[in-house]
Design a protein around this ligand. Sequence first.
Ligand SMILES: Cc1ncc(COP(=O)(O)O)c(C=O)c1O
Length: 379
Amino acid sequence: MSTTFPLVVTPNFLDFARVNNTPLLVYQPAEVSHRYQLLKTALPYVHHHFAIKSLPIAPVITTIRDLGGYFDIATNGEIDLLRQAKVAPDHCIHTHPIKRLQDINYALAYGVNHFVVENAAEIGKFQGLGDQVVLILRVAFENNLAACNLSAKFGCAQEDCRSLIQLAQSLGLTVGGISFHVGSQMPSSKVHQQAIDWANELYLELEEEGICFSLLDIGGGFPARYTSQDIALATFLAEIKLSLDRFHSNFPDCQILSEPGRCLAAPALTLITQIVGKKYKNGQHWYYIDDGVYGSFSGHIYDHRQDTVAPLVESDKPLYSSVVAGPTCDSIDIIDAQAMLPEMEIGDYLITHNIGAYSMASASDFNFVPRANLVTFGG
Ligand SMILES: Cc1ncc(COP(=O)(O)O)c(C=O)c1O
């Protein structure tokens, strides 16, 4: 297994655009390997389970598998992706808090045995499987800093932890530890640190009561760097390591897991689009491009995100306030109502960096507009 950081070489995106049909998503494995290695180096005693939902494509699975990596799965389709890539099931955890019995059986048949639960009914679904499964109890950690709140829908109240652990034990089930997801795209490490410190106290109290856990899952939320205002991943990791070191020194035999999605997926893809129509209206240039919010820009709808577009070929011409709109017939399909662009022509290319997370994953075929083509740059 390689421990060196791969060199990230910038491709010539114009060459890609000229020889492939747009819209075009360029996958750069080196961007993923670089950050996965960074996670491993910054937090060496943590198993980082890539959250497949953020970018569920085979090449990413292969990249992380080849680094000896781990995976967070939520659905049977994600299991199928892992099976095709021959990922060892003991490198996987199932983190969907609500599963049908057939989903549990599907994961068990693949060999996955760690499952997240967060309520009594879900724990009940595992009755009789005591010797086959390890449960992870997801706890809610509300905060208003995250770009996407992941504690509104899932996670038990902190004060309910003990009763749920007791319920599981009364059914002969093993609770391996707790998990949380403090929210996606965190602007600082503060809430992660609070959550880890809270878990540290809880585990110390439970140890006194005779309950010893074998794992702690700190979830995802590690930020991507969409703009220079976003905290750098290395800084973020160095800060949460302070709390993790305290936990690790108290519980050296406890395996710590994480579930990063966005920080690996976002830089993995770059989108190239082409202008297919233009007009001038109410003092603004309008450009219609071949991808939109029903496609690769779906993060605008589902991920509370505003991606930016820039000319692929840099120019020093004057910039004008412009509207960039997608190809469907819906007025919601506007990517940027105030893009500052030079005057562009039909056939010109636009580029969007850092679009890998929760974009392609939630793209649709609305209006039968074809989804973007995917090509890989480099090994
Ligand atoms: C259970 C779970 N784990 C991990 C992730 C990945 O989170 P992020 O992309 O913020 O790292 C998500 C995102 O929805 C999630 O629901």
